[in-house]
Design a protein. Structure first.
Length: 320
């Protein structure tokens, strides 16, 4: 089967599967279905690996250095900070309430302690880092070939290692972390298969990743406004380049997973939840200031332009 046909099959499984689960989510209003929706690209990747006769580790489970992990962790905070800065700048120019600081409205339990306002930030930061510990342990285990070294016990070892991924999952213990499922598919399979043609990989993942979020547009009333829906979908597409760059740099799914989870963990905390109601540190016009809104799209588009220029230059050099 050609690469193009494999890609068509992958996208069909990922999108149709997510839309079916999304429809069930919309009808039942059961939020836990969102985690299974997020795993449809990972399932599609595993199906295509079987077609290609590849081992699962081909997706990139190994630790390849601290720098990509650090960059992946920092990137969401950089975009959020940019959105806040631009939001206040727009508000100052227009004289409208684009964004305002409202820490007293935020209260969550973290590590069994209920805190509010700015006191939540260090607690959630610690929680974010702790959640990533089993991912780091798994990546290091693959880095040093632990499953192979255990010989006959390697299958049990793999189960134990992957079981650790569920150890500190912030949701119910039986739900697989959705960020891992998405990144196994979008970056671990789709970008990897087209890594020799990064611009093609970007076009495919940007379009597919955006279409993957269509059930959210149907589900969430605040996204029913055309401008809000377009800004949301366009911001998802624009973010694809940064996530692709993390994967191509590291050759591992873990930096994109770190970026994805950290983004989902902090963007709604600071800038409001595009997926439903919820308190946030900054209030205002969510469709505009959110990292998955218009300002997030603008910032991610700037990064995309820089990365596209870099990849084009690399292709021209390779052709020479």
């Amino acid at each position: 089967m050609s690469r193009s046909r494999q890609t068509t099959l992958f996208v069909a499984i990922a999108l149709l599967g997510s839309w079916v689960i999304g429809a069930a989510w919309i009808v039942s209003q059961q939020g836990w279905l969102s985690q299974f929706l997020m795993w449809t690209p990972g399932v599609a990747a595993l199906v295509l690996q079987w077609v290609r006769r590849e081992p699962p580790r081909a997706l990139g489970f190994t630790f390849t250095g601290a720098a990509p992990w650090a960059a992946a962790f920092a990137y969401p905070f950089a975009v959020i900070a940019g959105c806040i800065t631009l939001g206040y700048a727009i508000g100052a120019v227009t004289g409208t309430d684009v964004i305002h600081f409202q820490p007293d409205t935020v209260q969550f339990p973290v590590f069994g302690v209920t805190a509010s306002g700015l006191a939540l930030v260090p607690l959630r930061l610690a929680r974010n880092l702790v959640i990533m510990l089993p991912w780091l342990a798994l990546a290091l285990a693959y880095r040093f070939g632990l499953p192979e070294r255990l010989g006959g016990g390697r299958h049990v070892a793999r189960l134990a290692l992957w079981g650790g991924v569920f150890w500190l999952n912030p949701g119910p213990w039986w739900l697989p972390p959705g960020a891992i499922g998405e990144e196994l598919g979008w970056r671990g399979w789709l970008v990897r298969v087209w890594r020799d043609r990064p611009l093609t990989a970007l076009a495919l993942t940007a379009a597919s990743w955006s279409a993957f979020h269509l059930p959210i547009v149907v589900l969430v009333p605040q996204l029913h406004a055309p401008l809000a829906a377009l800004a949301f979908l366009a911001s998802i597409a624009a973010a694809a380049a940064a996530f692709q760059a993390l994967y191509l740099w590291s050759g591992s799914v873990w930096p994109p997973v770190v970026a994805h989870f950290t983004w989902n963990f902090w963007n709604p905390f600071f800038l409001g939840n595009q997926y439903g109601p919820g308190a946030s540190m900054f209030g205002g016009q969510t469709w505009l200031i959110n990292g998955e809104g218009l300002l997030g799209m603008v910032l991610n588009c700037l990064v995309t332009v820089l990365l596209v220029r870099h990849w084009r230059a690399g292709q021209r050099t390779a052709e020479v």
